[in-house]
Design a protein around this ligand. Sequence first.
Ligand code: GLY
Length: 561
Amino acid sequence: MIKQLKPGLLVSLFLTVSSLALGQSYGKNGMVVCDNTVASQVGIEILKKGGNAIDASVATAFALAVTHPQAGNIGGGGFLVYLDSNGKSTTIDFREKAPLSASPTFFLDAEGNFVKGSNREGLKSVGVPGTVAGLYLAHQKYGLLPWKELIQPAVELAEKGVTLSWTLEQHAKDFKAGDYPDFLKNYFNNSLGKPTKQGETWVQKELANTLKLIRDQGKDGFYKGHVAQEIVSFMKANGGLITLEDLNKYEAIERKPVKGQYKEFEIIAMPPPSSGGIALIEMLNMMELANFDSIQFNSIEYVHLLAEAMRRAFADRAEHLGDPDFNPDMPVEKLTSKEFAQMRYKNIDFNRASISDSSKFGQLYDGQNTTHLSIIDKVGNSVSLTYTLEQSYGCGLGSPKLGFLFNNEMGDFNPKPSYTNSGWLIGTPPNIIQPEKRMLSSMSPTIITKNGKPYLIIGSPGGRTIINTVFQTILCVLEYDMPVEKAIAGMKIHHQWMPDEIVYETNLLSPDTRKSLENMGHSIRGVENLGRLMGIQIMEEQRVYKGTADSSSPDGGAVGY
Ligand code: GLY
């Protein structure tokens, strides 16, 4: 292992570990867990240099923008939850915003009908990116090391190249020539013009140049000057709507976390514009009322209870939640109160599925490709960060001169005001498109404390399933006393009120249980996998951090020291 961070050495180390997935790791001084082992290694090297958890999260997030192109990004947005070693917690909201020219009818045709797919395709689907502003704000307020040192590893990875993993080889194979921007051409074709293969080096020169400007000019390197001008020219030339004014006006926002209590544990979670924290706390409050002595993990009773809690929390999410700056009267306290959970829990029939009222609201599935990182440093400062391009590779578009992809986050808004059906359209007011509004998110970066100290740092990608996979992982650790790796691996289900169905992980739920759930009135549907959780459990007695990257993350890695 290298002791000092020297640029040349750093890259050669990365190249050797770039296809190595490290599912689990222990560390006495620090831990970084994310979807790419190389990026985790970047974070650990920052911690070893004396950086804190915020520094490591900035460096890891920028490294992911190079090594994990499907979701790591500078063209998207996300949320960061921070708990410092003195017990003070805060959050950074760097969610994308609708451009100034957006309107509630942005994705409707002349007859007022929603144009299917239009909110996730092309440059109209791009929200004003927040990632660079958010990471910059987190660093300005809470970082220790110079900004430049945190961006430099990402610059080197882009400039000298990363080794393609098997997963990236598979993704690259799916790209059809002409479907993706020119700067990705050497992602799917090597220097001989043949499809790239695992083990080949992928250099991203244009991205390296963009990262250098961010390294040298901070946030202004993205929102002003060359990069901003080029974003705007590219938008103008290709039917996009983001202007210089949109970029100049973008600000990340520090917000108070939402908090809940589950028995002796405190939940510190992301407030709106994420719906994750509120829904998570509402469901955990309902769980506190259940008698788990008689509810075995993975039993019929367990799945039924969880599905009913999810159904209720997602209905409340649809009715009430959106950008707080546009919805000042959101009932956050009420939704996260014990009394409200009691009222919701009371009408659960333990023998029968409730019916989601399709005449009220609908819910849509959204992008499955987001990415999460969990970090803790030597003194216990903890970061839980989730960020996204929305769908895998965002909208698949970006300027050839800049080398990064834009998000398609506008698809997270409700596309047609007042129109809801039982399929997937939802039209409730809090999340209707308005200029400068942040779209509602399901990202749920969370930190749990015990006796005021960090106990579990957790999060996941997965669109709306994020809230539920994070919820179940937390429940398994806090209620069933499972170690984090078992909680992450355990069977997960998903219910989001509408469509009215339980989605479960095939092979992890017995046919008998499935049959019984159907007999209780549930529709059920199997999928290969739910969630890709990245967790750290703090083992106070052993004085060690245990990191676990979900086995469903092929390149993921927990790296401790
Ligand atoms: N784009 C996924 C989310 O924000 O929930």
